[in-house]
Design a protein around this ligand. Structure first.
Ligand SMILES: Cc1cc2nc3c(=O)[nH]c(=O)nc-3n(C[C@H](O)[C@H](O)[C@H](O)COP(=O)(O)OP(=O)(O)OC[C@H]3O[C@@H](n4cnc5c(N)ncnc54)[C@H](O)[C@@H]3O)c2cc1C
Length: 386
């Protein structure tokens, strides 16, 4: 292993792989503590078709839905879209695809755990442990894409997200009675403490997931099954989950609510570590991919022009694309909400901001909106803040 790199990336998830793949200047080393999860069987719902197209990921699609239903717990708001906006993506395939973009200038080392990072004069010192050895390597710029370990944020005592949602998802085999072309999301409620989603994957399997911000990550598969059985009634999904048994499950954390800074000196943060997931749908992959491109572009310029301050462009680009919408969505950041609160937040937004469905969809995506819609939104925010 060469001792000096232009860029070291910590983490071989979507954010790390995509950032590394988009850095075209200098030499890059990506360090992953486990193995890159190329065989991971996980599905990403709520991914937007136009983004998948834009990012060249059409071959990672497993299924398209012709309807999404976004529902508040007691049905006060039930929004449906019928235009193939949402697709299901295969995460293992996405990891494989991102790896293919890497060239010889972008090395990957697996089973390398970064254990410490220190700011030195002109370089950053990175301590890496591998089997029984520990070595120090040096880099000009560091990208921390270590996800919800919040690795260097903890080292440097920087703000970590204050809201981390716990997600568990089970793949059921057999017995789904819902519409096979609909992906359904139910907002988390104060009353039930859970939100959830349900959608068919293929003719035999469907996914049912739960999210809340309590700690039940260590539940066994059996107690998970019990939890699912109980919550399906609370969420009004009992008729859709009459039978069927769990054949696979995933659990994890999704940090929500942007936690600045996205740049700290010569360190750039991308992906879950800065919790860019959308607060309504917990869509984390698309914002990670978009931010990774912004981050890599800024690093490329900084390397090309030998000018560290150009890293700031990453922050500017992020703000330009997501800033206003993010601020407006802070209106409804509270995760568990009563049905009234859900209804109010969405209805008021749609009504007062005179938002069309297109704009509403953009809000869900954190997409830059037209200026008039932004004006409405920010006006609404000021009104509600007063
Ligand atoms: C159950 C569940 C369901 C989800 N569903 C969806 C969904 O439907 N749609 C969607 O868009 N998003 C979804 N998400 C969120 C999405 O998975 C994440 O937002 C996205 O994968 C973030 O990628 P990342 O690269 O930032 O982090 P990660 O994928 O967590 O990658 C971080 C990597 O860093 C490595 N690492 C950590 N510390 C170190 C270290 N010290 N040294 C070296 N390596 C290190 C880890 O091993 C890991 O591989 C879901 C998440 C969960 C948990």
């Amino acid at each position: 292993m060469s001792e000096h790199y232009d860029v070291i990336v910590i983490g071989g998830g979507v954010a790390g792989l995509s950032t590394a793949g988009n850095i075209t200047e200098g030499n890059v080393l990506l360090l992953e503590k486990d193995r890159i999860r190329t065989e991971e069987k996980r599905y990403l719902r709520f991914t937007f078709m136009d983004s998948v197209e834009r990012l060249g990921l059409l071959d990672c699609i497993i299924k398209r839905y012709d309807k999404i239903s976004f529902q508040t717990p007691a049905n006060r708001l039930d929004v449906e879209y019928n235009d193939f906006e949402f697709v299901l993506i295969d995460l293992g395939k996405l990891h494989r695809k991102l790896m293919k973009y890497l060239t010889k200038k972008q090395e990957i080392k697996e089973k390398r755990i970064v254990t410490a990072v220190k700011n030195r004069d002109k370089m950053i010192e990175v301590k890496v442990s591998h089997e029984d050895t520990v070595e120090k390597i040096f880099t000009r710029y560091l990208v921390d894409a270590s996800g919800s370990s919040f690795f260097t944020k903890k080292i440097f005592n920087l703000p970590c997200p204050n809201l981390v949602c716990h997600c568990c998802e089970a793949i059921f085999s057999g017995g789904y009675t819902g519409d096979t072309n609909t992906i359904k999301f139910i907002g988390p409620s104060t009353q039930f403490k859970f939100g959830g989603w349900i959608y068919p994957i293929d003719k035999d399997n469907y996914s049912f997931g739960l999210t809340n911000n309590l700690n039940f990550l260590n539940l066994s598969l059996q107690s998970l099954d019990t939890k699912f059985k109980q919550v399906k009634y609370d969420l009004g999904l009992a008729d859709k989950i009459e039978s069927g048994s769990i054949c696979d499950s995933n659990m994890g954390l999704i940090p929500v609510g942007i936690s600045y800074p996205v740049i700290f000196g010569r360190i750039c943060y991308v992906g879950d570590i800065v919790s860019q997931a959308t607060p309504w749908m917990l869509e984390g992959v698309r914002p990670s991919l978009d931010a990774s491109i912004m981050c890599a572009n800024a690093i490329n310029e900084a390397l090309k022009q030998q000018e560290e301050s150009l890293l700031e462009k990453y922050k500017e680009d992020w703000n330009f694309t997501y800033g206003t919408v993010y601020n407006a969505t802070n209106l409804t950041q509270k995760w568990n909400r009563t049905d009234g609160e859900w209804g109010n937040s969405f209805k008021r937004m749609m009504k007062l901001a005179k938002m069309s469905k297109t704009h509403f969809l953009r809000l869900l995506k954190y997409d830059k909106m037209s200026e008039d819609a932004e004006e409405h939104l920010m006006g609404l925010k000021t009104k509600l803040d007063e």
